[in-house]
Design a binder for this molecule. Sequence first.
Ligand SMILES: Cc1cc2nc3c(=O)[nH]c(=O)nc-3n(C[C@H](O)[C@H](O)[C@H](O)COP(=O)(O)O)c2cc1C
Length: 194
Amino acid sequence: MQSVTSADEARQAAASGVDALIVQAPAAGGHSATLTPARPLAPVRLPDLIASVRGAVTLPVIATGGIATAADVTVALRAGAQAAMVGTVLLRTHESGASAPHKAVLADPASATTTVTGAFTGRPARALRNHFTDRFDPVAPAGYPALHHLTGPLRKAATAAGDTRLIHLWAGTGHREARVESAAETFERLAGRV
Ligand SMILES: Cc1cc2nc3c(=O)[nH]c(=O)nc-3n(C[C@H](O)[C@H](O)[C@H](O)COP(=O)(O)O)c2cc1C
């Protein structure tokens, strides 16, 4: 399987012989799978991206990026995806390995917005906006993985100190729906069973 962020990337993935596509909208938390990280991510909605990929290739589509409720899953399936995939909405579950400061700030009303930033690693990734993204995003070079290694010790120390102004708080646009519960309960909710 290959993650793709556009119809063009879907065509390239299909030509290389993959069995299925993970179609990732820019609402996704964490790093974008884009093949052109130096270019700003196109602000496409997940259902439109699914439709565009389905118009380009015939491979099965797993939709992802910003899915956080049962309604979001329904929209993705109606748009033509065979399955839905989530990341952010699991970050506060009992099974999640996210750090304690990361889990806490996801639920903090003061952290209302996410932003796509290359400041932490030199590759576009969606995170909660904080002091680090505000200060360094405007000047960050597209330098993955050098920037990742450069900022790594600082982020590790900030995590140990619980200083969320400097941590890479990966989060998609659906982060408000992340709950403290078991992952199984989250999936039941997304499947519309509770
Ligand atoms: C904390 C976190 C870490 C992630 N790490 C990776 C990774 O190592 N490799 C990867 O391909 N995608 C990674 N992703 C992106 C997910 O594969 C997926 O595209 C994304 O979580 C889906 O969007 P959502 O977060 O809005 O559900 C990560 C996402 C998050 C939230």
